[in-house]
Design a protein around this ligand. Structure first.
Ligand SMILES: Cc1cc2nc3c(=O)[nH]c(=O)nc-3n(C[C@H](O)[C@H](O)[C@H](O)COP(=O)(O)OP(=O)(O)OC[C@H]3O[C@@H](n4cnc5c(N)ncnc54)[C@H](O)[C@@H]3O)c2cc1C
Length: 496
């Protein structure tokens, strides 16, 4: 049995865990071990094949697998050891010779049960989706009900389609992204129902995932019944009042064979709870001090296990801070008071930021078009280049853009000009692979293509099967749908 003492153990090999490990190494901590329960590093990013990752970290718009691949490469080049298929079951503080170590129990088929110890532990377990059980929708439990993330894994990793006629409950980003993904794979997404009077997702995702495909978003609506005993046959939706209660008489039956739930994420906090760490009611993750240290000294938290992040760039940044602070803790290990005290102030800037963020959900829905006295048209649209979603006004006269305002960067101006004259989009999807243990690899157009060519692009790849091996960046189609743009692989597949 491995009973080694490490300087630092990192639980979770997603973007938070990898960035924290690299930060520890940068701060002269080399005795590190990453424990990851999945069969590969990268976390949730491996199934997020859409683009939109890394604008801040790499100043590039990458897909999830491409962003993950960069961190995996850096981790391997830094020689940081990791174990895959290894699930951490328990973490407990243990006192030895006046020093408090963290005892980590991990299970894996390869290494068996391991009782490891570390001076510091970094929690980077990510988050998970709320299940239907959390919603109390009446009806049987027929096949065809999935969380949006589960459906995302089926389609993007396993190459399987969960259904053909889909209703999505909840307009968080995963629900919006899956509305587009299912549509591109040939399903009919009938509608997205959102109980709140505003969408929980980013404006850019409403534009490029719903509006682009004419998928209706019904705000202040919810699913009140699921129809069907063996397989979903439909759902009943209803409008809700200001107290979020269904309004009698507004019920409408929608035929579908699949219901996707995108009703929120919660930090994966069983390990933290079992350890007795103080938890925050606002974030549902651990309460941390300004050093991202939990109420158990030497246990740090970062990424989605701490609070759910919209942007992976912020996850990576936070994890760098956690790694640096953990390194400082390890360098002075044994000098500090080893009594387990609750040194955490629930009023830290992070906690305050959350209270403020929860209070300021906005419900802006622009997309206005005004005809001016001189015959020009002014469009108000949210920029989809980055999550900031600036509201841009662009005026068009006789097919020529005469004014752009409201953008906060040059890319915003370019986007607005294109959007009213010749809109373009980067297309992301997947392609079947033969001769590999992976059924599909993810792909994207290397540059944006005309919006009107999206269907032709998808048609060109729908029945395509490419042989393994495939590397990120491989050209799959040199001139997809006669756009002059390459379709390239964004995830790898090795040959059997
Ligand atoms: C559908 C979706 C779309 C998104 N779109 C965007 C986007 O467009 N742009 C953007 O910037 N961000 C996006 N994000 C956000 C971003 O991907 C996440 O914030 C980020 O991946 C979180 O990183 P993490 O390391 O905290 O968690 P994760 O990526 O979830 O990694 C956590 C890891 O911990 C492992 N783990 C958990 N428990 C244990 C255990 N007990 N033992 C061992 N290992 C364990 C898990 O297997 C996992 O690999 C999206 C997220 C989702 C879910």
């Amino acid at each position: 049995m491995n009973e080694r003492i490490y300087d630092a153990i990192i639980v979770g090999g997603g973007p938070a865990g990898l960035a924290a490990a690299l930060s520890l190494k940068d701060n002269n901590i080399t005795d590190i071990l990453i424990l990851e329960r999945d069969k590969e590093l990268g976390g949730i990013l491996n199934q997020c094949i859409h683009n939109g990752f890394g604008l801040h970290t790499f100043n590039e718009e990458l897909t999830g697998p491409e962003y993950a691949a960069r961190y995996i490469k850096m981790t391997e080049e830094a020689g940081i050891p990791y174990q895959l298929n290894t699930m951490v079951m328990d973490i407990q503080p243990v006192e030895e010779n006046g020093k408090v170590f963290k005892a980590v129990t991990a299970m894996s088929a390869t290494y068996g049960m391991q009782m490891l110890k570390a001076k510091a532990v970094l929690l980077a377990m990510g988050c998970r989706e709320k299940p239907r059980g959390a919603l109390n929708i009446p009806g049987y439990r027929p096949a065809g009900i999935y969380s949006a993330g589960t459906a995302q894994k089926f389609v993007n990793i396993d190459g399987l389609m969960p259904g053909k006629e889909v209703v999505i409950l909840g307009s968080g980003d995963i629900g919006l992204i899956m509305a587009r993904r299912m549509t591109l794979e040939g399903a009919k997404v009938k509608l997205v129902a959102e109980i709140m009077p505003y969408s929980g997702g980013l404006k850019r995702n409403i534009v490029q995932c719903l509006d682009d495909f004419h998928i209706p978003l019904l705000l202040s609506h919810t699913v009140i019944r699921i129809l069907g005993e063996k397989r979903v046959e439909g759902v009943v939706i209803a409008k809700v009042d200001d107290n979020l209660k269904p309004i009698p008489g507004t019920e409408e039956e929608i035929k579908c064979d699949t219901l996707l739930l995108s009703v929120g994420l919660i930090p994966e906090n069983e390990l933290s709870r079992n350890m007795g760490i103080e938890m925050s009611a606002a974030t549902r993750g651990a309460v941390v001090d300004d050093y991202l240290q939990t109420s158990c000294p030497g246990v740090f938290a970062c990424g989605n296990v701490l609070h759910v992040h919209d942007l992976v760039d912020n996850v990576s940044k936070e994890a760098v801070t956690a790694g640096k602070n953990a390194a400082d803790y390890i360098h002075s290990f044994g000098d500090q008071d080893t009594t387990l005290t609750n040194a955490v102030d629930p009023d830290t800037p992070l906690m305050k930021k959350f209270a403020a963020r929860n209070a300021t959900k906005n419900g802006v829905n622009p997309n206005d078009i005004i005809t001016n006295a001189d015959g020009s048209m002014t469009y108000t649209l949210p920029c989809i280049n980055c999550p900031a979603g600036c509201i841009v006004q662009v005026t068009l006269k006789d097919g020529v853009v005469t004014d752009v305002s409201g953008n906060t960067c040059d890319r915003g101006e370019t986007y607005a000009r294109n959007e009213v004259t010749a809109p373009v989009r980067i297309v992301t999807s997947s392609v079947k692979v033969s001769g590999s243990d992976k059924p599909v690899v993810s792909v994207k157009t290397k540059d944006a293509i005309p919006k009107g060519k999206i269907d032709a692009c998808i048609d060109a790849i729908r029945d395509l099967t490419i042989p393994a091996p495939v590397s990120i960046g491989d050209v799959i189609i040199p001139n997809v749908a006669d756009t002059g743009i390459e379709l390239i692989a964004t995830s790898p597949a090795s040959a059997l």
